[in-house]
Ligand binder design. Sequence first.
Ligand code: NAP
Ligand code: FE
Length: 366
Amino acid sequence: MNLTSYMPVRIISGTDCVKNNSDVFKSLGKKCLIVTGGSSAKKSGALSDVTSALDKCNIEYSVFDEITENPYTEDCRRAGECARNCGAEFIIGIGGGSPLDASKAVAIFATNAEMKHSDIYNMNYKNEPLPIVLVGTTSGTGSEVTGVSVLTNSDNGMKKSIGGVYARVSFCDYRYTCTMPYAVTVSTALDAFAHACESYFSSMSTDLSEIYAEKAFSLLAEGLEYLYSSKDIPDDRIREILNDASIYAGLCLNITGACFPHTVGYALTEDYGIPHGKACAAFIPDFIKICAENKPEKSQRMFDIMHTDKYSLCRMITELADINITVSAAQLEKYRTRWVDPVKNFSRTPGNFTSDTAVKLFEKFI
Ligand code: NAP
Ligand code: FE
């Protein structure tokens, strides 16, 4: 068996896990910076649980709540400056993938004052980042358990990821996801499915990553079907299923990385404002068809686990993603120069997937 893997994150999951494990914060310092978005940390109840735990441990905190969706490198640099100015000894990220990814960059900027915002992509910083604690409020990115941080370059608006920055501790309590509206719930569930699916068929997949992916498939079969047929926000049981699925999907993604849907999906977010999960899911039916041709037995295994078939699965993903955009001829030309082979996530895709194949996928939106 190939069980090669690296998972340095201490995952603490379950209802009230922040409240029941406040001691975890004690070992990290006397002062911290909480990094979050505009409202989700408050709305979800996560912020008050975290601040109660910090109060109990006599840890002082400041809050930086200016992280937007698809977080900008310059906002992360500013938050890092804020962490330095307030003497933070560790960072707590609360929110969806955007604040969690941002926190990883903030932890680096905090200890490396000389870095400009775009230097983050070089990852050759001098000083070790501050320790990071993450508290997730969506069920999609798996950022809680990956070393990845996807950041939008403030200079050119393009999304690019960095790797190898892990949380010291991640708290996973599905109750914080219960305030997500239907559209965010769908998009994040599609992101989790994209992670499991891309990981499963990646040339980097291992026995361990496949076990995680298959667990995510079985959970997502029920979660996605609920969202598809009810068109309504889920009850607690489905919320918990979706949250567990996103963590399993994050665990396999962390071993393998993604395939082409994530890379080309970034373009739909940057140019058409499509949320990340739906943007990747726009290309998942193409991915499933390629995998069915190149890896028929493995594909059948996924369909069996999900109690579905290729046609029904692709239809469900397409309808949940619900992409209504028109790509102009000029935009298509732009995409011809965007990717230059070899692209890592293209090479990991089954079959012979190249930059030309990627551009052709956008023709369906003309
Ligand atoms: P998000 O961008 O963090 O949040 C989307 C929206 O949902 C925001 O308006 C947010 O509000 C709101 N929200 C979050 N939690 C909520 C809750 N419990 N109740 C009500 N509203 C809530 O969404 P995301 O899909 O989780 O993250 C997407 C980002 O993660 C993208 O930048 C993507 O590239 C990245 N990503 C990272 C990885 C990885 O491995 N690190 C993997 C895949 C994707 P606020 O503005 O108030 O926060
Ligand atoms: Fe993703």
